[in-house]
Design a protein. Sequence first.
Length: 111
Amino acid sequence: MPLSVKDTIIIVAVAAVCTFATRLFPFALFGNKKEVPKFIQYLGNILPVAILGILIVYCLKDFAYGDKNVILPQIIAVTATALVHLWKRNTLLSMSVGTIGYMLLIHFVFV
């Protein structure tokens, strides 16, 4: 069922307000006068690694059930991600190489 223009505007407005609020919250809470608590600093350091680990487990959860056209691109992409990360120590670059490499492999090589 297609949405009306009014419903679409409401959905976009709610999404925009929620996005803006989540971006504004840390600045409102920890303005430049307050020091960020040690626990929040710890979470800022540990969560990216934890989230990356969870993403790897989630992406490879069906590994045992796949055929070689599913398993090989996953192995190649994970290996490329690990090698680029060990080489450059840049999480964004590593994830980008792995994601783009995997997409290229499943669409052009392991069809």
